[in-house]
Design a protein around this ligand. Structure first.
Ligand code: PMT
Length: 443
């Protein structure tokens, strides 16, 4: 039975060897993939499943490579895998707690297995044993790894590794065929010397080759993403309104929600412009960032960029007021009460939504009470397409890692339960993409 790679790694290789036989691919694969671009893995949340087999040690190298490429990696081991490599090794390499048991009470108190299934943007099992392949093909969920695979909507890739007779066995081949028809990417196995001193197809694909395939899949997914070619403008963070050369009016917005939205839009294939207030966050790779300080600077940047935008998402906590006159010199004690009169800042969101040729407009509502009533009022008054409302307070919504959102639009609503902001942003971008597409297509 001829082995064929189910993912075409041969594009870059074709240039080197026009008539390469796929079976001999592994002979030159490492050097060919060494210079491949792993950019697509940046900031991706990858769940690495490791099943039992001598090749489990290579999953350590894979963990390292994925992390070097900028991915966040969480590892789930089967009981058999933990006999070959300890969870502690993967914990050190991934920098994250490792899951090996469905019934781990302490772990379930932290990130439960369903949460982990939702967290994953891609799952890769390497090595995938004949046993795990059979379980996946038949929908078993009798341990942590198979349960995660069944509970997750993330694309799945498996890198089989086993004895060559087990690989060639009709049962294994039927299981592989079943998984292929479900869209599971089968990476390898390679043909060559095996642990038992025999030779044949059954070697785990080299870790750097697996990383390269995953990066390629990510890049392709982005190019074909739901917002492929769509121009998305996002404002994020607080604005600072100067009182004098050393003092300002501001708020606690960290920019995390807006930057997560920018990353999620990039992941969906959008071209992203990010207008950022004063925050301490690094730019999501691929986004064009414009730094501003005050509401008026933010307005200027947003209004100019909105001309070119298909979608505008206003996550920024724009200061509603500014001092009428910023003092050129540091105010002395007692002067503030006389000098500090406030005037209203421009409403950036309402201004963009009022334009004749406006983009699809998404606002946020930060509320401390009457969330739905206030959000619906802002949706109508500011003439928005969607509003995402969050409760804010000392430990919620603002300057936090997680959040919960209530979405409202004409004719619908959706609750996005509390989750880390990057996850929430992916779900919100998904909803925005659906509503934007139906408006664009006149549905
Ligand atoms: O940055 P983080 O720490 O991650 O926190 C995220 C967040 C809580 C700031 C974010 O989720 C959020 O709720 N952003 C909107 C904050 C806000 O100003 O809400 P608002 O209800 O006051 O304003 C309604 C909408 O009008 C918002 O989209 C706001 O960007 C926009 N607005 C408000 C005033 C103004 N002058 N111009 C505006 O564009």
């Amino acid at each position: 039975m001829a082995w064929k790679p189910s993912i075409d790694l041969r594009g870059p290789l074709r240039q080197r060897r026009a008539n390469a036989n796929p079976v001999s691919l592994h002979h030159f694969l490492p050097s060919a993939v060494a210079d491949m671009d792993l950019q697509g893995l940046q900031h991706r949340r990858i769940l690495l499943g490791v099943s039992g087999g001598i090749a489990a040690y290579k999953a350590c190298e894979l963990t390292r490579r994925l992390r070097e490429a900028g991915a966040e990696v969480r590892v789930a081991l089967t009981a058999n895998a933990a006999r070959f490599v300890t969870p502690l090794t993967f914990q050190a390499l991934s920098g994250q707690p490792v899951r090996a048991d469905l019934w781990d009470e302490a772990a379930e108190m932290g990130m439960g297995h369903l949460e982990l299934a939702r967290w994953a943007q891609r799952i890769v099992i390497a090595p995938a044993s004949a046993d795990v392949i059979a379980k996946l093909a038949h929908g078993f969920a009798d341990d942590l790894l198979t349960t995660l695979c069944l509970a997750s909507e993330a694309p799945l890739a498996i890198a089989p590794a086993m004895n060559h007779r087990m690989w060639r066995h009709p049962a294994t081949q039927a299981n592989i065929a079943t998984l292929r028809t479900r869209g599971v990417a089968i990476l390898g196995p390679e043909d060559g010397p095996l642990a038992e001193g025999e030779s044949g197809p059954g070697r785990l694909m080299e870790p750097q080759a697996i990383a390269a395939v995953l990066a390629q899949q990510e890049s392709t997914a982005r190019a074909n993403g739901r917002l492929g070619g769509v121009r998305v403008l996002i404002d994020a963070g607080p604005t600072y309104e100067d009182i004098d050369p050393v003092r300002f009016l501001g708020n606690r917005s960290s920019g995390r929600m807006g930057f997560a939205m920018a990353q999620a839009a990039l992941d969906a294939g959008a071209q992203v412009t990010l207008v950022a207030g004063p925050v301490h966050l690094s730019t999501p790779p691929g986004a064009a960032r414009i730094d501003v300080r005050s509401a008026r600077e933010m307005r200027e940047a947003v209004v100019a960029a909105a001309v070119e935008a298909d979608i505008f998402i206003a996550t920024a906590a724009v200061a509603d007021w500014r001092p009428q006159q910023a003092s050129a010199h540091k105010l002395k004690k007692g002067q503030a009460a006389d000098t500090l009169s406030l005037i209203e800042n421009p409403d950036i969101l309402a201004e963009v939504a009022a334009r004749a040729n406006r983009p699809f407009v998404v606002g946020f509502a930060a509320e401390t009470k009457d969330l739905e009533r206030n959000a619906r009022e802002k949706l109508a008054r500011k003439k928005l397409d969607v509003i995402a409302a969050n409760e804010v307070g000392a430990d919620r919504g603002i300057d936090t890692d997680d959040n919960a959102l209530h979405l409202y639009w004409n004719g619908g609503q959706q609750m996005l339960a509390r989750a880390p902001k990057p996850q929430l942003a992916s779900a919100l971008i998904d909803r925005i993409a659906t509503l934007y597409a139906s408006r664009r297509d006149g549905r």
